[in-house]
Design a protein around this ligand. Structure first.
Ligand code: PHE
Length: 366
């Protein structure tokens, strides 16, 4: 092979390859051209393999010539690739159009609604958390012992009748010492007081929101409703503390500067003294009227004793309020039964946006 032929041959090959690069209509074809030209088994690489059999004086010039072909072809490949990529982008931009006049599709965060009971529970938890209370829980299915006996309501106590209790069948469970014990649907959140005092040492400061059950139904009573219980146990706790906490809670909850409150002497077996809590309905735009929101009192020494606490050392207060009642008052909801009928139209109307998370800093209600 003379160097004249190889010069010619190289020239032809380069022209052919540059022609193929220029003619590649899309990135896929261009890639095939690249592989067949400068790929491992491509035509340019094939030229390199000839080097070994060449006389040394020709080798250098031939090698340089092949290398510069390779460089020029590679350069052409890169340029063509950039041009084709730009072309493809142009094409997509021209074809893919957004119609910005289409209505927005609402995500689930705008479709769903938070039930007023959940909203009001969250508001109350937020208020009490700010006063240093933590949230405690107990089961809906409770033992007779915790729902009644430990709360100073023994078996034959008339208060049991007042509670319209849903009892489970006799001998529902066996206690630790093997005795049969009756289960009930808890009639109030007060058994959470007992659970907390038996499980932790004073000082205690908890609230317990949750479902409770009584066999009762009319416009203002449903067989299931919600209460929030509060319990504070320490060595120097008195009625003044109880009053202050309730007043601060009401002011924060109804979002007013001043709340009129009245404590009516009452009776609960688990508190002594006991009182019913009324608030002046001015807060909700009904001046002159009083509304009952719950019961309260100083924890009865027997209850403390039942939980292993010495009443000579510790005292405390407790209260229980109806969450549904609070929701009706604050948000003007007329019929309690509608709360639990599962009517989506009601929920859409009275429910809250999931984004309206109540915080004291940002405002409790939307
Ligand atoms: N558990 C009582 C009820 O359901 C309310 C209450 C709680 C009263 C705590 C006093 C103290 O009626």
């Amino acid at each position: 092979m003379t160097s004249a032929t190889s010069d010619n041959e190289l020239k032809e090959l380069e022209e052919k390859l540059l022609g193929e690069v220029a003619g590649a209509g899309d990135l896929d074809v261009l890639e095939q051209v690249r592989v067949s030209a400068v790929g491992k088994k491509g035509s340019v690489s094939a030229l390199m393999s000839r080097l070994g059999k060449m006389p040394p004086e020709e080798r250098k010039a031939f090698g340089q010539a092949v290398n510069s072909i390779k460089a020029r072809v590679t350069h052409a490949l890169d340029e063509r690739k950039a041009a084709l990529a730009a072309q493809e982008l142009e094409k997509r931009l021209a074809n893919e159009k957004e119609d910005v006049t289409l209505p927005i599709r609402l995500g689930p965060q705008f479709e769903g609604r938070i039930h007023p009971v959940s909203q009001v529970s969250d508001e109350l938890v937020e208020i009490f958390a700010d006063m240093g209370f933590s949230v405690a829980e107990g089961p809906d299915i409770e033992s007779d012992d915790l729902n009644f006996t430990k709360l100073n309501i023994p078996l034959e106590h008339p208060a049991r009748q007042e509670h319209d209790t849903f009892y489970f069948g006799p001998c529902s469970v066996k206690t630790d010492n093997g005795e049969a014990e009756r289960l009930v649907l808890r009639t109030h959140t007060s058994p959470v007081q007992i659970r907390t005092m038996m499980a932790s040492k004073p000082p205690i400061r908890i609230i317990a929101p949750g479902r409770v059950y009584r066999c009762d139904s009319d416009q203002t009573h449903t067989p299931m409703f919600h209460q929030i219980e509060a319990l504070v146990i320490d060595e120097q706790t008195h009625m003044g503390n109880l009053k202050w906490v309730l007043e601060e809670m009401c002011k924060a909850f109804f979002e007013v500067e001043e709340v009129k409150m009245r404590f009516r002497a009452s009776h609960f077996p688990f508190t002594e003294p006991s009182a019913e809590i009324d608030i002046g309905a001015d807060a909700i735009g009904k001046p002159g009227e009083w509304l009952e929101i719950g019961g309260c009192g100083m924890v009865h020494p027997n209850v403390l004793r039942n939980c292993g606490l010495d009443p000579e050392v510790y005292q405390g207060f407790a209260f229980g309020m109806g969450i549904d009642r609070m929701a009706m008052l604050k948000y003007g909801l007329p019929d309690l039964r509608a709360f639990f009928s599962g009517d989506l139209r009601w929920l859409k109307h009275y429910g809250f946006s999931v984004l309206d998370v109540p915080t004291l800093a940002g405002g409790l209600s939307p």
